[in-house]
Design a protein around this ligand. Structure first.
Ligand code: AMP
Length: 210
């Protein structure tokens, strides 16, 4: 099954993608993680993306569309995949359609801006593998250490309050119209994000199986 997770930054897409990927045994493709990795290794694409990312702006469509094209061509995507953080604009969604990628379900995780701002301040990510944690809702077993790879947990630069505000503005302007786009294709399911991660997961799995 080919699934898109939609939602504002901080709505829990990354966390939910990890759980669903385990359950359905299909890979998660996170453009954010791919870009952060490129930034760390200092590739040309990483350098191009850096200033946009740090300002909370979207990386240009042609760059992310190129990333996705390359990633979806890999063998592990043949049995299905979860897209986390792509598409984020109408031209990106159109590019997927043009590539002939058939999307089965689009799950929109709804969380209010106020709740997101509160959540983002407690978010931590593993600097090694990208797994996400939260100081209140998803604590690692050992403080500041990743359960999966023992990497250090850090706050993303773009999770700082001013940047979060900019990212929410971009989300409402550029990404939210995708709800309409996929609603018209009959693929959209809306899930209210819950405080408990497991409760949101249950709602998402129900929507996927419907
Ligand atoms: P994320 O981890 O998904 O919140 O992505 C972090 C940042 O990476 C975003 O704020 C953008 O700067 C960039 N990014 C990730 N995915 C996309 C996308 N599909 N289109 C444009 N920029 C993206």
């Amino acid at each position: 099954m080919n699934i898109i997770l939609l939602g504002a930054p901080g709505a829990g897409k990354g966390t939910q993608a990890e759980v669903i990927c385990d359950r359905l045994q299909i890979p998660t493709i996170s453009t954010g993680n791919i870009i952060r990795e490129a930034l760390k290794t200092g590739t040309e694409m990483g350098l191009k993306a850096k200033s946009y990312m740090e300002a909370g702006q979207l990386v240009p469509d042609d760059v992310v569309i190129g990333i996705i094209k390359e990633r979806l061509a890999k063998d592990d995507c043949k049995g299905g995949f979860i897209l986390d953080g792509f598409p984020r604009t109408i031209p990106q969604a159109e590019a997927l359609d043009k590539m002939g990628v058939v999307i089965d379900k689009v799950i929109d995780i709804e969380v209010s801006d106020e709740a997101i701002i509160k959540r983002m301040s407690g978010r931590r990510v593993c600097e090694k593998c990208g797994a996400s944690y939260h100081l209140d809702y998803k604590k690692p077993k050992e403080e500041n250490v990743c359960d999966k790879c023992a990497g250090a947990l850090v706050q993303r630069k773009d999770d700082h309050p001013d940047t979060v505000k900019a990212r929410l503005d971009v989300y409402h302007k550029e990404t939210e119209p995708l709800k309409d786009y996929y609603e018209k294709q009959g693929k959209l399911s809306v899930v209210e994000g819950q405080n408990e991660i497991e409760e949101t997961t249950a709602l998402i799995l129900k929507a996927i199986e419907a």
